[in-house]
Design a binder for this molecule. Structure first.
Ligand code: NAD
Length: 357
């Protein structure tokens, strides 16, 4: 049962694959955290992570772990489809939860997760590490100060020329909820939405195309060869548009595979008083009769993958143990999930605009 006042956070993991390892590594520097138990369907994953992080209690059934281990919190690191059930089970066991991105495989599931956390008074945080990036914080601060004025338009791009994952189940819609849009588009979407000040989305439209990942991998080049093309039924390329209640509009482009020059992972905002790009972090304004580009003189260099994970994991611990506010609450995860859901729904309806409620 949760007792996060003992001064030590006793955490368990549900799913002990690749991202669980990155999370566990981030916790190694915390003297106030103990990884008490891990659960995974796969005995090999349990063995690997258990050995690497010295965790003795290993379970192939996470429900048994919830019953038997004395935990304060769990981190959910399973494929997307299992996020909701595992989160609900952990919340009902009285635990606080960090759930990896995307929050769930559907907005309905995400809504149940958020409501349950609220009803049971447990903390539910979504694993959105990009909002901890110093570039994102720099831009969000500018938006908060009004430097961009009213945000009119955002452009979100998470594009790989050829990067179809050859691990996990990232090509299976049933288990992931979708392809690049829900897997990598979600990263840039969540940080753009956060930077915009988390406006309420009201409608979306999208088109999606599958034309490379479902072909034999000896016919299609990719940086990670050997993905399971026979079970690949997600989109290769998604293009969409989202409207917000404050009149702002956002365009999103996301792909695992496309005929483009190079990968792009970036967003742009255009407002009534200024604009910005995320990479490099720049603000564009008119000042004193000149068009001015504002460049941060120094930003914390802590922008590596592991650095961002360190920030998100430490923030979760501080939120649970010391009641520090979180910048990645379940309501933001739900808003992002509603946008993703609506984009997929629209694509199924031939690109017709659909309402978001
Ligand atoms: N925040 C990020 O940048 C980031 C990066 C990669 C992955 N992720 C997310 O993390 C999650 C896991 O991705 P991954 O790359 O670690 O995948 P992975 O395939 O390496 O690991 C997933 C693990 O979950 C286990 N599993 C599946 N169903 C389970 C269940 N019901 N109970 C217990 N274990 C179960 C699998 O056996 C596997 O070991 C996904 O939701 C993914 O979107 C986030």
């Amino acid at each position: 049962m949760a007792n996060a006042h003992s001064g030590t956070l006793r955490i368990g993991f549900i799913g002990a694959g690749g991202i669980a390892a990155t999370q566990m590594q981030a916790l190694m520097s915390r003297a106030d955290v103990r990884i008490v138990a891990i659960a995974d369907l796969d005995a090999a994953a349990l063995e690997t992570r258990g050995q690497a992080f010295c965790v003795e209690a290993r379970y192939t059934d996470y429900r048994r772990m919830l019953r038997e281990s004395d935990l304060d919190a769990v981190s959910i690191c399973t494929p997307n489809k299992a996020h909701a059930t595992a989160t609900l089970d952990a919340l009902r066991a009285g635990l606080h939860v960090l759930c990896e991105k995307p929050m769930a495989h559907s907005a309905a599931a995400a809504a149940r997760m958020a409501e349950t956390a609220e009803t049971l008074g447990r903390k539910l945080v979504i694993g959105f590490q990009y909002r901890f990036n110093p570039r994102t914080q720099f831009l969000r601060n500018a938006v908060d100060k009004g430097d961009l004025g009213r945000i009119l338009f955002g452009r979100v791009q998470a594009m790989r020329r050829r990067g179809i994952p050859n691990w996990g189940v990232f090509g299976r819609k049933e288990l992931q909820g979708g392809g690049p849009l829900i897997d990598i588009g979600v990263h840039v979407l969540e940080m753009t939405h956060y930077t915009m000040g988390s406006p309420t989305p009201v409608s979306a439209s999208a088109d999606m195309f599958t034309y490379l990942g479902n072909q034999p991998s000896d016919r299609v080049q990719s940086v990670w060869q050997g993905w399971d093309w026979k079970t690949y039924d997600v989109e290769d390329l998604a293009v969409g548009r989202i409207r917000f209640d404050n009149g702002a509009v956002l365009h999103i482009e996301s792909c695992f595979a496309a005929h483009i020059e190079k990968d792009t992972f970036n967003f742009q905002l255009m407002g009534s008083e200024g604009g910005c790009t995320w990479d490099p972090a720049r603000i564009f304004r008119d000042e004193g009769g000149y068009m001015v580009d504002k460049v941060p003189g120094w930003l914390s260099p802590k922008t590596s993958w592991q650095d961002m994970f360190n920030a998100k994991m430490h923030a979760f611990v501080d939120h649970v143990l010391y009641d520090q506010p979180t910048i990645a609450p379940a309501r933001d995860g739900l808003a992002v999930q509603k946008m993703l859901d609506a984009l997929y729904r629209s694509a199924e309806r031939g690109g017709r605009e659909v309402a978001i409620r």
